[in-house]
Structure formats: structure tokens, C-alpha cells
Design a protein around this ligand. Structure first.
Ligand code: IVH
Length: 711
């Protein structure tokens, strides 16, 4: 946090200032590129780098004259492509032909028989497997040891993601089978479960990070990380289903190979079956399609593979597709419908979200009537960073649109069907908030000072919509968890004027003599008694839940826990927040050094505690509840009170486990190295943090040395 004063928003820059800042950013970004690509020693985080690039691009968007041929945005071979080393696959990674109907499957089986000259009555078995919607990966094992992991890339050349893949629990570093070939490329799919995808997006939202559209994208984004520690923190799975170069086959059939992968320590898909006729294949397809919605990972079809490997070898390839396999796809989870209207809702922090109201349509077995339109720019056809999503196809009321459900997430409008009659006029995004205050709508400012895509109600704490949303969060399961105080009750109590802010919940019982809740429709004496008992039970609360319940922007559950662990007590946390809000550099730096806490969270905390009204709400609330300290770490361990940074890939336990263990032992786990750091525990692929440790003279330990130290 070097910046003391907020930079001007792009709109506030004049041409001269924009030119100067554009040049300065070009220099700064160029310097970071050199550190990153040529010296492998970046000095700033990916997020900070991305923020610089976003501001640079936003300046060019506002001042197009600055976009010359030498501009960073025009250079070929820009940053991301050069992120990973290239790996040439010794056996190319090819694709699969598709079947959409039962007839296509019949044709496929008939073609196979014809090619092999097999009569109708001769046996022909297929391995039938779910087609996982993830990223294909080739893992090279030499003498049983994992040496390289590469993405598919263009099929011939992929990207080297070995360090990242090593962090996956589902990928053995050593093949466990009794006999292993000298060389063996194991191929399979990396994926993220739907549950983990939703959780990750929740965390990303809290920290202002990238929001992923579906589990596949989040798996790809998690894998293509420069820092393997980031991949390690993302739960990725892997199913093995094939092979590339292999010096010695371990089985004679596809199903036998899958069994061998299982013996080697890989996860293999448990739904895989051996089918002996087209009827069995079709029945398999049907049964998997029925289970599709309940599976916790996305699949987009099933794959049938001729089981005998000698047959596979005889069949070979036709172009880029094997003759011995086919993908039998499921219908896409997309549908076409019409936009009836657009509704704007106000969230807890004042963010306005436009939702398309649709003619009801069934997508993937679920009736959909609403789909998110994300924000004003998205409606216009502009994505993050200003890229054009839909040239000339802004979304209008009356348009026919394509909607999509991805990984059980909220449906979204993905495109407009241009050759259907269009809505008459462009959608005028409202200038006034739909809340009762009808305040002006303002565009959010991002941490880098530029204009964000999200519109916000400027009513802040005076906005009744925001107040209600905050009260709902406050009483919700993950915050105060007050039984009987659900969304409906909050709305009623708020409208009646009985509960305006959290502290009021705790005085409701005393005031009930006047209110007489039991006389309200839907309430009886028992339910009122239960509600007051539930409220009484919640007068004591642990620190992390309390912090989460405050509803600070960018402070979700995970962040609240990190803050609670970092500060230990409400007093310590509260003091730090008040100081940070006043701009106290030391308090801010201390917060910044906490693990998982960065600029966005700190901005949220500063804004919250900088507001007198919020300070009042907190003060009145803390008089009504007792906040329990975060679990006391052990004071008798050798690392109690020490600050530790973990970097590189840990081999014995995951990074999360290592952090939790260190915290239980009373250590403070930080995300960055400073002179206050006591130990840096470095795994094999440690990068810039190791250099930082040397610079500050911080003691560096191997994983084993660390275990020895903590016993
Ligand atoms: S076999 C020669 N089996 O689907 C092709 N692929 O459309 C070998 N996929 O790139 C591929 N699940 O990423 C195979 N059980 C499975 C699969 C599977 C998912 C993906 C894979 C491949 C793509 C082809």
C-alpha cells in the first residue's frame, strides 16, 4: 500500500495527464514484464500487475489516440501466452468425433465392425465413460516418477504446468503399481466440482477477484497460475482415462488400462462401464444423462471406446479423430427465449444487478424465467477490460436471446439471436436507483481508481433496500444464525419500523410488550417465544462470524476468518480498523501483511469504518452482544508468536493444512515476506519470496526442517 492519495479516475484526467500516465504505466509494466519473463523474479502480485494493465487499457479506451503500434496492447505475443514453457507431445493429443443421435451411435459401431471385418455375431465390447467437461492433461512419468505435466494446447504443443499439477492430490508424484514402464504418458481430465466452483466464485467475489463463468473456466484459470500456491489453494480433481507414449502396455484392453491407472494411484471415473452392444451403449447414455444434474462435476456427454487395444491399433485415426472412439454428446444446456422485461435489484452493498425476465423455457430439465445480465456494460455488449462481446447486439426488451445454465449456476443471457426481430430501442440503464430514495446511480470505482462495470445506489446507509439486505445477512445461517428470523420476518420487522439496524434485534424482546408480535398474522405465542429464545442464544458470538455479519464490502466468510485469526480479539481488530480508516500507515501495513488480506479488503474496511453511521451501528451492537476471541493458539510451541510465510510446493501436506497447523501452534501465517517475517518455509518451486527472504535476512527452512522445528 504505497499510495497515500487515491489516483484520479480516468474520467478526471485531461489529455496531457493521460499521456503522461500512459507513458509512465508503459514503462512500469514493461519493467515488470522483464522481471517476470526474463528474470523469473516478479516483484508484484499478479493482481497488482493486472490492475496496472487494466488502468493502462482503460486510459487507451478513453484516449484512443494513445493506442499506437508500440502500445503494449498492440504487441504480438503479449504476456499470458508466454507465461508457460512449451512442451511438445511425443504422441499428439487428438480430439473425438461426435455422435448426437442413437443412429449416429449405430453407424459408429457398424463402421468399426466393417473396418475390422467382424461379423454381427462376433463379440465387440466398448468401454463407456462419462465425458468430463474439464481440461485434458498429459502427465509424463519416467521410471514411475512424474516429470512433466502439459496441457493439450494445439494437440502437438502444450504448456508446461508441472509445478501446478504437482499440487493436485489426485495426481500421484510416483506411480504406485508394482511394475511401471520406463516411459508412460497418462492422459486425463482436470476438473473442478460444481460445489467448489460456486465456493471459489464466492471467495473471488469477496476479494474482488475474477469471477468464472463455469467450472471448466475456473479449472483452467486455476491451473494457468504463475504461482503454484494459487493452484494449490484451488480444489482440482483429475480423472485418468488414456495414454500417450508408453514403453510397455500394462493391459490389453481400455478397461484393463483404467484398472491399472487405479492401481497406480489415480482417480478413475466410477461410472465407467463395459458395454457389449449398441443397446447397452444407448442405455448407458440415458442413465448417465439422468444422473447428470446430480453429479458434482460437469459432463457434456459420454465416450465410447473400443475395448480391445489391438482393435484400437488396427482402427487407427481418420484425420484428427480416432476411428475407435466417439463422443455421444448431451443436448447443450442452452435455450432460446424472449426477454419480457429487465428488472434492477439492489444488493446489500448497493450494487445494482440487472436481471432479464424471460418467457419461461426449459434448460437442462429446469424451467428458467430469470437470467442475469450482470451489469450495464454487459447489456451494451461490452465485457471486462472493454472487449467487445456482441458487436451491434446489445440486449433489449423484446429481443430473442440465447440463455445458458452452466454448472448449476444462475442462468445467464449469453447472446442475442440477431436474425429474429429485435426489440425496438436500446435499453436505457436507469439513472436513478429503484430504491425508495431514488438516488442517483453511480458507477463503482475499482481499487485502481478507474470506473468499474458495476452501478451502485448512492444512498449508502440511508438506502432502505441496502439496510434490509444487510439485516438479512446479519441474521443468516453463516452470520448470527438466528432461527425464525428469515428474510420474510426481516422484511416485515423493517417495514413496521421495529428493526432498523442489527442492535434492534436484541431489544425486540423488551419492546414486545408494545409491539405484540404474537398478534401478527403468521405468528403464534410459541413461535414468538422460540424467536426470542433464539435471539437470546445468540448474544455470544465468535469473532469471525461477528466480523462477517457486519457486512463489510469484500469481507466474506473466508476473509472474516483470516481477520479473526490475525487479530485474535474484537478489540484488536476494531482498533486496527479505526486506525486504518484514518489512514494510519502502520495499521494498514499490518493488515496488508496478514495472510489472504489485500488491497481490496482493506479498501472495504476503510470505507466501512470511515463512515460515522457504520461506526454508530457497530457501537450500539457491541453493547448488546459478547464477542468471543478467536480460538487461542498454543503459546507453548516453538513457533508461537512467530510470523511464517509458506512458499513453493509443499510435498508432505497441502499448503492449507500447513497454514492451519502453524496457526494452531500459535504462529501468524503471512502472505508476503517482510522484515517482520521469522521463517520462510520453502518448497522446491519457491520463487520471488525466497529472494525477498534473502534480502531481509529471514531464516529459510525446508519442509522437513519446519516439521522438525514444530515437532
Ligand atoms: S478420450 C484421442 N475420454 O474430450 C482422443 N476424452 O472431445 C482421446 N474428454 O480432448 C480422448 N472425458 O479433453 C476421452 N473419458 C474421456 C474424456 C475425454 C473428457 C475430453 C478430452 C478430449 C475431448 C475430446
Amino acid at each position: 500500500m504505497k499510495r497515500a492519495t487515491a489516483p484520479k479516475t480516468i474520467g478526471e484526467l485531461n489529455e496531457k495527464e493521460a499521456k503522461a500516465e500512459h507513458a509512465r504505466l508503459e514503462d512500469e509494466i514493461g519493467g515488470h514484464d522483464r522481471l517476470y519473463y526474463q528474470q523469473d523474479a516478479p516483484k508484484i502480485s499478479d493482481a497488482a500487475y493486472d490492475a496496472l494493465r487494466r488502468r493502462y487499457e482503460a486510459i487507451e479506451k478513453h484516449f484512443p489516440a494513445l493506442r499506437t503500434l508500440s502500445s503494449l496492447s498492440q504487441r504480438v505475443g503479449a504476456a499470458p501466452a508466454a507465461k508457460f514453457a512449451k512442451v511438445r507431445h511425443t504422441v499428439p493429443m487428438l480430439s473425438l468425433a461426435n455422435a448426437f443421435t442413437e443412429d449416429d451411435v449405430r453407424d459408429f459401431a457398424a463402421r468399426v465392425r466393417r473396418f475390422l471385418k467382424l461379423a454381427e455375431n462376433e463379440p465387440l465390447a466398448f468401454s463407456a465413460e462419462p465425458k468430463i467437461d474439464g481440461l485434458s492433461m498429459s502427465l509424463r512419468y519416467e521410471k514411475g516418477e512424474l516429470v512433466t505435466a502439459a496441457t493439450r494446447g494445439d494437440g502437438s504443443v502444450g504448456e508446461d504446468v508441472t509445478a501446478n499439477i504437482r499440487t493436485l492430490k489426485a495426481v500421484p508424484h510416483k506411480l504406485k503399481a508394482r511394475h511401471v514402464p520406463a516411459v508412460c504418458d497418462v492422459r486425463g481430465e482436470v476438473y473442478m466440482t460444481k460445489t467448489d466452483f460456486l465456493k471459489l466464485n464466492e471467495r473471488q467475489k469477496e476479494s474482488g477477484g475474477q469471477i468464472f463463468a463455469n467450472p471448466r473456466n475456473s479449472a483452467a484459470g486455476s491451473l494457468r497460475q504463475k504461482d503454484p500456491a494459487v493452484t494449490a489453494s484451488r480444489p482440482l480433481g483429475f480423472f485418468a482415462y488414456g495414454w500417450g507414449e508408453i514403453s510397455e502396455m500394462s493391459a490389453k484392453t481400455q478397461s484393463g488400462m483404467i484398472e491399472w491407472f487405479d492401481n497406480c494411484g489415480f482417480s478413475v471415473n466410477p461410472l465407467t462401464r463395459l458395454c457389449r452392444s449398441v443397446e447397452e451403449l444407448v442405455a448407458f447414455h440415458r442413465s448417465i444423462e439422468e444422473r447428470r444434474a446430480k453429479l458434482d462435476y460437469d459432463i457434456d456427454g459420454v465416450v465410447y471406446k473400443v475395448d480391445r487395444i489391438d482393435f484400437q491399433e488396427r482402427l487407427g485415426f481418420a484425420g484428427r479423430d480416432p476411428r475407435w472412439a466417439i463422443a455421444h454428446k448431451f443436448p447443450a444446456e442452452q435455450a432460446i427465449t424472449r426477454v419480457k422485461g429487465i428488472l434492477i435489484t439492489v444488493g446489500r452493498t448497493g450494487t445494482l444487478t440487472p436481471t432479464a425476465q424471460l418467457d419461461p423455457v426449459t434448460v437442462g430439465g429446469v424451467v428458467v424465467q430469470n437470467a442475469t445480465l450482470h451489469n450495464e456494460d454487459y447489456i451494451k455488449g461490452i465485457g471486462g477490460n472493454g472487449e467487445v462481446l456482441r458487436e451491434g447486439r446489445d440486449i433489449r426488451i423484446g429481443d430473442t436471446v440465447i440463455i445458458q445454465r452452466a454448472g448449476d449456476v444462475i442462468p445467464q443471457v449469453v447472446d442475442v439471436v440477431a436474425d429474429k426481430p429485435r426489440g425496438k430501442k436500446k435499453y436505457p440503464f436507469p439513472k436513478k436507483c429503484p430504491c425508495p430514495l431514488h438516488t442517483d446511480i453511480v458507477r463503482e470505482t475499482t481499487a485502481t481508481g478507474e470506473e468499474g462495470a458495476r452501478a451502485r445506489c448512492s444512498g449508502e446507509f440511508a438506502c432502505p433496500f441496502q439496510k434490509i439486505e444487510h439485516l438479512k445477512l446479519f441474521a443468516s445461517r453463516r452470520a448470527f444464525d438466528i432461527d425464525g428470523l428469515g428474510e420474510k420476518q426481516i422484511e416485515l420487522f423493517f417495514e413496521k419500523g421495529w428493526v432498523q439496524e442489527p442492535a434492534d434485534i436484541f431489544t425486540l424482546g423488551e419492546r414486545n410488550k408494545k409491539i405484540k408480535l404474537e398478534d401478527e398474522e403468521g405468528f403464534g405465542e410459541t413461535s414468538v417465544r422460540n424467536l426470542f429464545a433464539a435471539i437470546r442464544n445468540r448474544r455470544e458470538i465468535v469473532l469471525d462470524r461477528f466480523i462477517y455479519a457486519l457486512g463489510i464490502r469484500h469481507v466474506g466468510e473466508t476473509t472474516a476468518l483470516a481477520l479473526a485469526r490475525g487479530y485474535g480479539s474484537w478489540k484488536a481488530f476494531h482498533d486496527a480498523c479505526l486506525k486504518a480508516a484514518k489512514g494510519d500507515e502502520e495499521a494498514i501495513a499490518e493488515m496488508d501483511a496478514l495472510d489472504q488480506i489485500g488491497e481490496t479488503v482493506i479498501e472495504g474496511i476503510k470505507a466501512y469504518f470511515g463512515e460515522k453511521h457504520n461506526r454508530g451501528i457497530v457501537e450500539r451492537l457491541t453493547k448488546r452482544v459478547k464477542i468471543l476471541d478467536a480460538e487461542k493458539p498454543r503459546a507453548d510451541s516453538k513457533v508461537a508468536g512467530k510470523t511464517v510465510v509458506f512458499t513453493g510446493t509443499l510435498e508432505k501436506i497441502t499448503r492449507d493444512e500447513a497454514k492451519a497447523q502453524a496457526e494452531r501452534l500459535g504462529a501468524k501465517v503471512a502472505g508476503s515476506v517482510s522484515k517482520k517475517t521469522d521463517y520462510v518455509v520453502a518448497g522446491p518451486s519457491a520463487g520471488s519470496k525466497l529472494a525477498e527472504a534473502k534480502k531481509h535476512g529471514v531464516k529459510v527452512l525446508t519442509e522437513d526442517e519446519w516439521f522438525k522445528l514444530v515437532g
